[in-house]
Design a protein around this ligand. Structure first.
Ligand code: ARG
Length: 461
């Protein structure tokens, strides 16, 4: 048991209490942020004449060696320390002696952990953004190849109107694009530095908080020391952004699972991203998509857990806040893993274009266009709607699609039908005439694809 405190205690902490209280088992992943914060703090202490230049040099050297040691595996982060902050400080003092004991001057673990978490989340936001960008590139490439791949668009899981695969995938492009915007705004709101807030009330040392904030990549220091040590809003917002990413991935997974079923057969997931059954030799299961859909639950759980942890905490730091880590870390790891898996799965998935087009043809997805045909001939839309309703019924009875009906059969339903009806209800006409902004017609789709190309060429974070 190695602790940073003990002077006022007359007895050792109970062993189980110590373990219950300790966080090193999970906060060790903050070592790089902890060391970066300490280097900035020590440099500032020297610049302000609070420690000497020599002391600063040996602290910075020692901290850099600790980082190298951890990364090379030479220095093991062992669990007899209470947390990562205690570990780093103890190792530093072991290594360089007295100057190590000066590192914590004008600092508390409260502002230290607030800083570490914020730095860590800022790094993770950037990494999540990179992974989203990779996914968007994969989506764009599918879109580019499929502006002419017709498929049914659905509402209520019923075939509705024909769209293209590019258009369908474009809907997901929009969702993940919004996710990136959300991340960027969370990053923006987490751009002030809590270091220097002390335990809660600042400090009497003449700290230069502007200097440490800049050195650590923030825009400036936070403006209220009590808020600084108890604020985890940025984490809640990040978890919220992660929950939305998972919601989008989960909806997409659900569609892929349907599309990959024997009934749809719209896609075939690559062997490398499918799994078999131990009993049924014919099976090729979409486990990756199912797992992504399933893992959405734990990410939502982390968001809800964080909101609940925070809701009863009075100002300022309270130990409850240590509960900001485990579930958040799990959520972050989960989302990153899901994004990598999902991008791999969709980049290798094959689209069965014929099955998609056939399905669009078979489902009366051109019924609205058939009604519009009659409207163009002068019939009010409501009447046309009813005529086509009767036509669909007749088609179902005959087991035909609208374009498979003879002109005489069509005329029997409504004498307004002419030879040009076939062109008017062809898949191509139905899709390509839809040219309103955001619609699936090829010309419009190409415009949007171009916008997406430009968007992916820029970094937004
Ligand atoms: N392990 C603690 C946490 O994660 C570090 C801060 C401890 N501060 C304190 N006063 N006990 O929140």
């Amino acid at each position: 048991m190695a602790q940073l405190w003990g002077g006022r205690f007359t007895k050792e902490t109970d062993k189980d209490v110590y373990l219950f209280n300790a966080s090193i088992g999970f906060d060790k992943r903050l070592y790089a942020e902890d060391i970066a914060g300490s280097i900035a703090h020590a440099s500032m202490l020297a610049a302000q004449g609070i420690i000497s230049a020599g002391e600063k040099d040996s602290i910075v050297n020692g901290l850099e060696k600790i980082k190298e040691g951890i990364e090379s595996g030479e220095l093991k982060i062992t669990e007899e320390y209470e947390d990562i902050h205690s570990f780093v400080e103890a190792k530093l003092t072991e290594m360089i002696g007295d100057p190590g004991k000066k590192l914590h001057t004008g600092r508390s673990r409260n502002d230290q952990v607030a800083l570490d978490m914020k730095l860590y989340i800022r790094r993770e936001i950037r990494e999540t953004d990179e992974l989203l960008k990779d996914m968007l590139k994969a989506l764009l490439s599918i879109m580019e190849d499929n502006t002419g791949t017709y498929m049914p668009g659905f509402t209520h899981m019923q075939k509705a109107q024909p769209v293209t695969l590019a258009h369908h995938i474009g809907a997901y492009f929009e969702m993940f694009k919004r996710d990136r915007e959300r991340l960027s705004s969370v990053l923006e709101r987490s751009s002030t530095c809590p270091l220097g807030a002390g335990a809660l009330a600042g400090t009497t040392y003449p700290l230069d908080r502007e200097m440490t904030a800049k050195a650590l990549g923030f825009n400036g220091p936070t403006l209220n020391s009590m808020d600084s040590v108890s604020d985890r809003d940025y984490l809640v917002e990040y978890l919220d952004a992660l929950a939305l990413i998972m919601m989008h991935l989960s909806r997409f997974s659900e569609e892929i699972i349907c599309w990959n079923s024997n009934e749809y057969h719209f896609v075939e997931i690559d062997d490398a991203y499918s799994t078999g059954s131990s009993i049924m030799p014919q099976k090729k299961n979409p486990d990756i998509a199912e797992l992504v859909r399933g893992k959405t639950g734990r990410v939502y759980g982390a968001l809800f857990s964080m909101l609940t942890v925070l809701k009863g905490i009075p100002l300022a730091y309270n130990k409850d806040m240590q509960e900001d880590k485990e579930m958040s870390f799990d959520a972050i790891d989960t989302v990153k893993e899901c994004l990598v898996m999902f991008t791999g799965m969709i980049s290798t998935m094959r689209f069965n274009k014929e099955a998609m087009e056939l399905s669009a043809k078979k489902g009366f997805t051109n019924a609205t266009d058939a009604a519009d045909y009659l409207v163009k001939k002068g019939m009010p839309f409501r009447d046309a709607h009813s005529v086509i309703g009767r036509l669909v019924l007749a088609c179902i009875e005959k087991g035909k699609s609208i374009d498979e009906m003879d002109l005489s059969e069509l005329k029997e339903i409504c004498p307004e039908f002419d030879e040009d009806i076939y062109e008017a209800v062809s898949m191509e006409t139905c899709v390509e005439r839809r040219l309103t902004a955001g619609a699936p017609g090829r010309q419009e789709m190409e415009k949007v694809i171009n916008i997406y190309r430009g968007y992916l060429a820029r970094d937004i974070i």
